[in-house]
Ligand binder design. Structure first.
Ligand code: FPP
Length: 249
């Protein structure tokens, strides 16, 4: 696999599927540390992180990846300073607005995972518009987890099923892994094959806990703004070396 250079569509068609996996989820960590390292204001790290994400979306989309899910704002990130939270929200709004055209042109389908109803109304509107405008696209499916927390996601799914049982529309015995999975934000997505975390911390931070049951984990010390397509290919190459046994021999 060539590193860095995105392949053209005809090249991909000749080679068949370019990646040995279909769903990659990423914890984009280390933006502020990157800014500290460069002597820049910390919020500039997030701006640089957006550039990394754009490049990766272009690259993975052009190389035939089916699903990319990124953690942009956790339900715990509200605990950051109001200045930082506002900055991130403005960034999300401007990125979605500015990139919609390119996403559409590149056949990318955009979705949001999380409690978006608690986000500012103008953001909710631009998210909805982006979801609608890209809903017919058939290339890369890009999920942005925003105001996302896995425990809350599971709690809400259980609450929804409990209501169905209480209303007499479902019996407790009908609740199985598939039904619970279908009630999550990721209901119609396959589980991630690979979870990448940049910035070196060895934890999942309330990200896709249920969906990660059999995912391969890849943690790199590389800070998110420096995570190039070449680094992504290293993670995929490591994935290809792993022996996935799903609990079997
Ligand atoms: C973690 O770095 C990063 C975030 C909390 C924000 C990630 C958001 C982006 C890269 C922008 C994405 C934009 C869209 C529209 C999806 P950190 O601040 O925790 O860094 P640190 O570990 O160095 O403190």
């Amino acid at each position: 696999m060539s590193v860095q250079k995105a392949r053209t569509q005809p090249e991909i068609a000749r080679r068949g599927q370019a990646f040995p996996l279909e769903h990659v989820a990423i914890i984009m960590d280390g933006n502020r540390r990157w800014a500290d390292k460069k002597g820049l204001p910390r919020l500039m790290g997030h701006r640089e992180g957006v550039k990394t994400l754009k490049e990766l979306v272009r690259y993975t989309g052009a190389n035939g990846l089916k699903y990319l899910t990124v953690y942009a704002f956790s339900s715990e990130n509200w605990n950051r300073s109001p200045d930082e939270v506002n900055y991130l929200f403005e960034l999300f709004g401007s990125v979605v607005r500015d990139e919609l055209e390119e996403l559409t042109a590149n056949n990318v389908r955009l979705r949001f995972l999380g409690k978006t109803e608690d986000m500012p109304p103008h953001l909710q509107r631009s998210f909805q518009e982006a979801v609608q405008r890209t809903s017919g696209n058939t290339g890369l499916s890009l999920q942005v987890a925003i105001n996302y927390g896995s425990r809350l996601e599971l709690t809400e799914a259980v609450r929804k099923l409990a209501r169905e049982v209480q209303a007499g529309r479902l019996s407790p015995e009908d609740i199985d892994v598939e039904l619970l999975s279908s009630c999550l934000y990721t209901g119609d997505l396959p589980d991630p094959d690979l979870i990448i975390r940049t910035g070196g911390e060895m934890r999942l931070s309330n990200y896709l806990l249920w969906q990660a049951a059999y995912a391969e984990l890849y943690v790199t010390p590389v800070l998110w703004p420096e995570f190039t397509p070449g680094e992504f290919e290293k993670a995929v190459a490591e994935f290809a070396r792993r022996d996935r046994r799903y609990g079997g021999d």
